[in-house]
Design a protein around this ligand. Structure first.
Ligand SMILES: [Zn+2]
Length: 402
């Protein structure tokens, strides 16, 4: 992958380029960032750049960084193909596939799907994609000591091509405890011209001993406009769908791709949003036990849906609140909503204004974070309903006083 094919992250790319130009490539680096932000894409592009035989200069003003790999030399071609003999991957698999690594058909069974996984997702994928690629359903995956031994043995030999040997460890969160000592020893005393790139999502799930031996590069979430541009230029969506998908993505290109490919989620989320706001708003009517029970039921249903669904919904809600603010202030900015959303928003926007928007947006953002951290869904959504109850009424009052 070229650096130019990585979405956004220009500052980090320039820093990586500088490590090569200034000859200070740290032998153990961790690309740490939420799913879909490009940690794997960066690791692949960096590996390619380091081993490229004819790096090219770029106009920094145009590209946001000043150099890239050529994409055409023998080394680039092999890395792009994921067939470079000095590029190794360690990644989590379930027990039966790990056992099959020495079998004759291991290439077909293990390495072919892995290469497809990277290519089909343009380098942007997470554990869910791994599970569906290998058809794992709920199976446990991990990185075993044997997985590590195998690769460590390979890199202890000479490089085939004379450049850097690169080991990409995808998801060190899944490192089985007995595998850690092997990795640690190698990270401390790496073979010559060997680079370990750890591609990770959740720092708190990684062993401290591993963290302390790597240079951590924090990969931030992507900006909406970067995702929007990428969706359009890669033909994943038209302008309207790309805008909505980017806003819902929470800075993850992976999530944006999913939204862009399917719009039925919109109807469903809109329905949920309408129910949630209506039930919350109506709560103040005293002596209406039924309303309270309806709200509890909605919260319980939402709690059943699982983390991914909840996160999508919260991001969707944040988008609608933003749209409502735009409408309330009659900004000229074009809103990109579907017809049913517009119809709903015609009335709803009136209760969203200066009196409540900051508070609501802030609390919904916190809720996204809480869901990501495995917070209790019942509590999170209950709190949000009470928040909406207060804030929508405040907004309603502000509107009627105008
Ligand atoms: Zn090249």
């Amino acid at each position: 992958m070229l650096f130019r094919e990585v979405i956004g992250q220009n500052e980090i790319i320039q820093r990586l380029i500088n490590t090569v130009e200034e000859n200070r490539i740290s032998h153990a680096q961790m690309f740490l960032g939420p799913e879909g932000t490009g940690n794997m894409a960066l690791a692949l592009a960096y590996s390619q750049y380091i081993n490229c035989q004819h790096r090219v200069e770029l106009n920094e003003e145009e590209y946001g960084f000043n150099s890239d790999s050529c994409g055409e030399c023998a080394s680039c071609k092999k890395i792009q193909n994921l067939s470079h003999p000095d590029l190794h991957f360690i990644f989590p698999l379930p027990a039966e596939l790990r056992k099959a690594k020495k079998d004759k058909n291991a290439g077909e069974l293990i390495y072919k799907p892995w290469r497809e996984l990277i290519k089909e997702n343009e380098g942007y994928f997470g554990l869910n994609e791994l599970h569906s690629k290998y058809n794992l359903k709920g199976k446990q995956t991990l990185i075993s000591a044997d997985d590590c031994n195998e690769i460590i043995h390979k890199v202890s030999l000479h490089a085939y091509e004379g450049g850097y040997k690169v080991v990409i460890i995808w998801m060190p969160e899944k490192l089985f405890y007995s595998a850690a000592p092997k990795i640690l020893k190698t990270l401390e005393e790496p073979p010559d011209k060997t680079l370990f790139l750890l591609v990770a999502e959740q720092q708190e799930e990684i062993l401290n001993t591993i963290l302390s031996r790597t240079q951590i590069i924090q990969i931030p979430r992507l900006k909406d406009n970067e995702i929007y541009q990428a969706l359009i230029s890669r033909n994943h969506a038209d302008e309207k769908d790309a805008e909505a998908a980017a806003m819902l993505s929470g800075g993850s290109y992976l999530r944006a791709m999913k939204f862009a490919g399917d719009t039925s989620w919109m109807q469903d989320n809109l329905q949920q949003f309408m129910t949630m706001t209506r039930l919350s708003f109506e709560l103040h009517k005293k002596h209406e036990l039924q309303k309270t029970q309806d709200m509890f039921k909605w919260v319980a249903d939402m709690n059943q849906k699982g983390r991914e669904y909840q996160k999508n919904f919260l991001n969707y809600a944040l988008r609608l609140f933003r749209e409502a603010t735009l409408q309330s202030y009659h900004t000229d900015e074009m809103t990109k909503m579907s017809q049913p959303e517009k119809e709903f928003m015609d009335r709803f926007h009136k209760v969203i204004n200066h009196a409540n928007i900051l508070k609501i947006a802030g609390e919904f953002e916190k809720a996204v974070y809480a869901v990501e951290r495995n917070g209790n869904g019942n509590l999170i959504f209950m709190d949000l309903c009470f928040l909406l109850n207060r804030e929508l009424r405040r907004g309603h009052k502000a509107m009627t006083q105008k």
